[in-house]
Structure formats: C-alpha cells, structure tokens
Design a protein around this ligand. Structure first.
Ligand SMILES: N#Cc1c(-c2ccc3ccn(Cc4ccc(CN5CCCCC5)cc4)c3c2)n[nH]c1N
Length: 238
C-alpha cells in the first residue's frame, strides 16, 4: 500500500514513519510513504501557501493552487488513488473506516492543511473528508499519521503476528483486557492469580469478563451486537 502525504511540514511525517510498526512495514516493502512539501508546488519566490480569508475573519486560509498543482502532479501517473482531506468537519474516522481504506485502496493521498483550514474549492478534487475526533488540532499531519498507522496495522503481514490486528479490541467491538508482565509482585502489587494458573480456559474467561467490565465502565456505546455468551457474562457484571 502506498501513502502520499501533502503537507507544509514534511518533517512531522518523516520523523514518525521511521519507527515502530510503520518502520517495520516500510522495511518489509509492505508499505511505501512519500511525503510532498506543498511549498514545492507554489509559483512565487516566497513559496506562499496561505492568504487572508475572503469575507474577513480570524487567521489565514491555505490557498488552492499548491494543492491543485500537487494533486495534478500525483495524478499524472494515472494510477488509481483515494484522496483524503483531513479536516475538523470530516466524517469520523473509525476502525471500520480504517478497514475499508485498507480493503479498497492500493494508494491513498492524505491532504494536510494548517492555519484555519484550506480553500473550500480543494474539496472538488478529493474523495473523502475525514476527522479523527471531536477536538481541534493545529493541522492535518497528526490525523494523517493516525490514519496511516491504523490502516497499516490491518495489512496482512505488517505486524508480523497475524493475531494482533485481528485481536485489536476495536475489531471485536469492545475494549481490551488488562495486560501484565514481569515482575509478578511489584511493591506488593501482584499479578492476578488466574494469569499464573496456566489454565487457558479460565484465563480466556477472565480476560473476556475484564474486557466487558472495562467496556461497560468506559465505552458502553460499544456494547452492541453481543453474542449470547457475552451478554450472559455482561449480565453477571451488572
Ligand atoms: N482530521 C482532523 C482534525 C483537525 C484538523 C485537520 C486539518 C486541519 C487544517 C487546519 N487545522 C487547524 C484548524 C484549527 C481550527 C479551525 C477552526 N474550526 C472552528 C470550528 C470548530 C472546528 C475548528 C480549523 C482548522 C486542522 C485541524 N482538527 N481536529 C481533527 N480531528
């Protein structure tokens, strides 16, 4: 899968993609990330990318021309790609949308604005407008990284452990169970006995109960379409 990122801060993207899961996927050749500086698609000596908003108002707005020139440059190879604009006004990005992007797109262009946003006319050239959550960021770059990371985790072979992506809690519809590792006793804080028992059936049941308990407490909205078994466990918790 190929990601192409349009931004005025390429270093934000370049710094992150070298590490962790993404770094491994890049080294394996499973993923390619190319970052383009929008300032390279300007036509003035000052590489201007923003201007005052028509109609007045606070802040600056990013001009359409650099976005248009960059998008036309990418489209010159006539390969299919999904163009995604990051924006506070976008549709909510979820695990389901990450799965859809992974399944449907061989290449994605992630368009990152800054300032108070970008000229509305850019939207004529994009396929999706996406927001990663109900809070205001300073630009689209962090959102682009969230999308890249969550989509790459879903690509077969990217994690090196097929179970990890499938086991990711949002794939199952509820939150994760608690995790513990050595030492067994840290200043009197002990690992739950069941996890030391070696009884995999008991451990699995304990983990399911804990996951449902966490979900009931922090994200009851996720508790939909539970299996009869999960519903039985949940009723025991109430
Ligand atoms: N994805 C994503 C994002 C973004 C995001 C994405 C892309 C850009 C480009 C520029 N900014 C900064 C900015 C900041 C303030 C305002 C004004 N608005 C007034 C009314 C309410 C909302 C904000 C606009 C744009 C961006 C922010 N924020 N949150 C997400 N989940």
């Amino acid at each position: 899968m190929k990601f192409e990122v349009l931004t005025i801060f390429p270093e934000i993207i370049e710094c992150y993609i070298k590490h962790g899961v993404l770094g491994k996927a890049l080294n394996k050749g499973i993923v390619e990330v190319k970052v383009y500086n929008l300032r390279d698609f300007t036509s003035d000596k000052h590489k201007k990318v923003d201007d005052y908003p028509y109609g007045g108002g606070a802040g600056m707005v990013m001009q359409i021309e650099p976005f248009y020139n960059a998008i036309m440059h990418l489209k010159a190879d006539e390969k299919p790609r999904k163009l995604v604009l990051l924006s506070p006004q976008g549709r909510k990005f979820t695990q389901k949308l990450a799965q859809k992007f992974m399944e449907e797109s061989k290449a994605m262009v992630l368009i990152c604005g800054r300032y108070e946003g970008i000229d509305e006319r850019v939207k004529a050239f994009v396929d999706e407008e996406v927001s990663i959550g109900d809070y205001v960021l300073s630009g689209g770059e962090l959102a682009a990284l969230v999308i890249i990371d969550s989509v790459v985790r879903l690509i077969p072979g990217a994690l090196g452990d097929e179970l990890s992506a499938v086991e990711d809690s949002f794939m199952k519809g509820f939150l994760d169970y608690p995790h513990y590792t050595r030492p067994e006793d840290f200043k009197g804080m002990k690992v739950p006995e069941v996890l030391l028992s070696g009884d995999h059936k008991k451990i699995a049941l304990w983990r399911k109960r804990q996951a449902l308990k966490n979900t009931l407490k922090n994200r009851p909205d996720l508790l939909k379409n539970l299996s009869p078994e999960d519903m039985r466990i949940l009723k025991e918790l109430c």
